[in-house]
Design a binder for this molecule. Structure first.
Ligand SMILES: NC(=O)C1=CN([C@@H]2O[C@H](COP(=O)(O)OP(=O)(O)OC[C@H]3O[C@@H](n4cnc5c(N)ncnc54)[C@H](OP(=O)(O)O)[C@@H]3O)[C@@H](O)[C@H]2O)C=CC1
Ligand SMILES: CC(=O)[C@@H](O)[C@H](O)COP(=O)(O)O
Ligand SMILES: [Mn+2]
Length: 382
């Protein structure tokens, strides 16, 4: 019985993780759950999975739940509660399914406490990949990728010599605006952005997929997970999202992982690795597969990917600034304060103004995240 914590249990990845657990009650036990504000859904989850500890970071939401909840589960509030959920003694694996930079602190706390990490929160490695991977090595904990592409790469690397990897072929759906011109992107709405062609996901990652910032974040995530150079990571637009990514070896062999567009597969694999267990979700049906196509991404239109490569190659605190500017811009876009294309402007201006610090400490990263957030916010709130 694997004992699990889920940070971000009320979100897209969190609820799908609970679906995997519900289908395999003999294999997994939920020890702690944490979310931000959604007390109604967290309460339902507590009733169904009976964790020992549940946390709402938002103090008002936690208070509401503490007032009405009767049961054995202890309910805590705030950041302190979140860190308790991440480091809870009996937990073996922490699923990091919170969104954004907020995922960094509890992930580091969980690694410090010796927990294996099923990593969905890609922002953690974008901001602090070098530090996090080093810490995981020191603490002898596994970082198991949940992101579908990174799970695919991980599977393609099994049993192989990593020194013989020629390149990683990272697939991208192209998002809802694949093929569109910059002019056409000017007036896109929130609803257009959230209409992802192949995946159903939380709002922030859906906007990131539309801007190709998500693919940029994934390039940096792959760099740290697999220790490759940026020129060894090639993005391929594959609109069908069936080939989840590939690895090309020095002899020209290409290994690919294919599967249905269902996040329960990578989530389950991260929780059962190195074993596989039966799927309780639809498998790929080759009779109904459309053509599998691959093409070059349009990085001159979808600047999110181009700027992420730049940020990654510069290194130091630049990916942290890139990420913070994007988070601020996406939040503003979702509040209808800026247009879609302004997301790119805000990232670009923040990166241009940023003074990079190489080999940053965690403290440096926190300071640079704060700096980039306020710089980015000032670009449109004046
Ligand atoms: N969705 C997907 O298919 C995929 C997602 N990912 C990555 O996984 C992560 C989660 O994405 P997704 O599930 O789509 O996001 P959602 O927006 O659906 O869910 C986010 C979750 O995080 C919680 N949360 C937000 N802020 C905080 C905070 N400060 N403290 C504690 N909990 C917080 C939310 O709580 P509440 O509901 O209470 O606000 C919610 O449970 C992201 O990093 C994303 O890039 C990666 C690959 C695929
Ligand atoms: C499901 C998943 O892993 C997402 O990160 C997905 O990759 C988004 O699709 P895009 O390829 O459109 O960014
Ligand atoms: Mn992905």
């Amino acid at each position: 019985m694997k004992k699990i914590a889920i940070l971000g249990s009320t979100g897209s990845i969190g609820t799908q993780t609970l679906a995997v657990v519900a289908a395999n009650r003999d294999k997994f036990q939920i020890m702690t759950l944490a979310a931000n504000t959604n007390d109604q859904l967290l309460e339902q989850q507590i009733k169904e999975f009976e964790p020992e500890l549940a946390v709402l970071v938002d103090l008002a939401a936690a208070k509401r739940l503490q007032k009405r909840f009767v049961g054995k589960t202890k309910i805590l509030a705030g950041q302190e509660g979140l860190l308790r959920a991440a480091t809870y003694e009996a937990v073996e694996t922490v699923v990091t399914s919170m969104v954004g930079f907020a995922g960094l602190e509890p992930t580091i706390a969980a690694i410090e406490a010796g927990k294996d990490i099923a990593l969905a929160n890609k922002e953690t490695l974008v901001v602090a990949g070098e530090l996090v991977m080093k810490l995981a090595k020191e603490k002898n904990v596994s970082i198991l990728p949940v992101d579908s592409e990174h799970c695919a790469i991980f599977q393609c690397l099994q049993g192989e010599d990593r020194c013989q990897v020629h390149k990683i072929l990272l697939t991208a759906s192209g998002g809802p605006f694949r093929g569109k011109t910059r002019k056409e992107l000017a007036a896109v709405s929130i609803k257009d952005c959230l209409n992802h062609p192949t995946w159903s996901m939380g709002k922030k990652i859906s906007i990131d997929s539309a801007s190709l910032v998500n693919k940029g974040l994934e390039v940096i995530e792959a760099k740290w997970l697999y220790g490759v150079d940026y020129n060894q990571i090639q993005v391929l637009v594959h609109p069908q999202s069936i080939v989840h990514s590939m690895v090309e070896y020095i002899d020209g062999t290409v290994m690919a992982q294919l599967g249905s567009t269902d996040m329960r597969l990578p989530i389950q694999y991260a929780l059962t690795y190195p074993q596989r267990i039966d799927a309780n979700f639809p498998k790929l049906d080759f009779w109904n597969c459309k053509d599998l196509t691959f093409s070059k991404p349009d990085m001159d239109t979808f600047l999110g990917l181009k700027m992420a490569y730049e940020a990654g190659r510069i290194g130091g605190t630049m990916p942290c600034a890139f990420n913070a500017a994007n988070e601020i811009a996406v939040e503003a876009f979702l509040k209808e304060s800026i247009s879609f294309l302004q997301i790119y402007d805000i990232i670009e201006k923040t990166m241009t103004a940023h003074h990079v610090k190489m080999n940053p400490t965690l403290q440096d990263l926190y300071e640079n995240d704060s700096w980039a957030r306020s710089y980015a916010a000032n670009l449109f709130s004046k």
